[in-house]
Design a binder for this molecule. Structure first.
Ligand SMILES: *Cc1c(COP(=O)(O)O)cnc(C)c1O
Length: 222
């Protein structure tokens, strides 16, 4: 099937309440344009260099989401245009995004990344760390980031039941954080979870944003 057919099929398959972030990393701008021509507008990249190159070449009405680990010294390259950063995993990064967003006169929507996998390599806060972060005076004064929800990545495994429990846990953390810190906010509503192999489970467990590359663009060759 073509990229256009893949995106249309996926859109028809899932609820309108779930946003599709088409993960275009390592894929050429021609592929992105095929999804664009099928009406898709939200694309995700995980490297700053690739994101800025593609953003410069592609139509201005695309929403660009940064989904990968972000170094504080690179925030300045994307702060002027990025529509959401899914991967805020430290106070230092939140401060850097706020500072750079302020310089460009923007408020950048962000998600806080929660560590839900049992792998050494994954980034993100534990629930305790999340609570300390949200209690901190330093975070509460920031004016140029808006915390729209949480993001998580499940363990890389074939064990779908394990993945389901990790997504369920993220949904529970989301509810606790919302009640404790964002009860009066209408912005804190996003749970970014689910990739090509597990987005159906993620949606069943409450995902509002799936980040899918392979099901739209096909396998990546590295
Ligand atoms: C690559 C990537 C995805 C999408 O992976 P697929 O398996 O191709 O859907 C989602 N989230 C993040 C953070 C990624 O780096």
């Amino acid at each position: 099937m073509s990229i256009q057919e893949n995106i249309r099929k996926l859109r028809a398959e899932i609820s309108d309440h779930v946003a599709i972030i088409a993960v275009s990393k390592r894929k050429p701008v021609e592929d992105i344009m095929q999804a664009y021509d099928a009406g898709h507008r939200i694309f995700g990249e995980n490297r700053v260099q690739e994101l800025i190159e593609k953003q410069a070449l592609l139509p201005g009405d695309i929403d660009w989401h940064m989904i990968g680990h972000l170094q504080t010294n690179k925030v300045k390259y994307i702060a002027g245009f990025v529509d959401m950063i899914h991967s805020v995993d430290s106070l230092k990064l939140a401060l850097a995004i706020d500072r750079e967003a302020d310089k460009t006169g923007r408020v950048i929507p962000v998600l806080l990344q929660v560590y839900i996998a049992d792998e050494e390599s994954k980034f993100g806060f534990s629930e305790d760390e999340l609570n300390s972060l949200l209690d901190s005076q330093e975070l509460s004064v920031l004016k140029n980031i808006r915390i729209d929800g949480l993001m998580g990545m499940a363990t890389y495994t074939e064990d779908l039941e394990k993945i389901r429990l990790e997504f369920r846990y993220l949904g529970e953390v989301f509810s606790r954080v919302k009640n404790a810190y964002f009860a009066g906010s209408d912005h804190f509503r996003q749970i970014s979870m689910g990739m090509s192999g597990d987005y159906e489970i993620a949606i069943e467990e409450g995902s509002t944003m799936i980040r899918v590359g392979t099901v739209i663009f096909g396998a990546r060759t590295y």
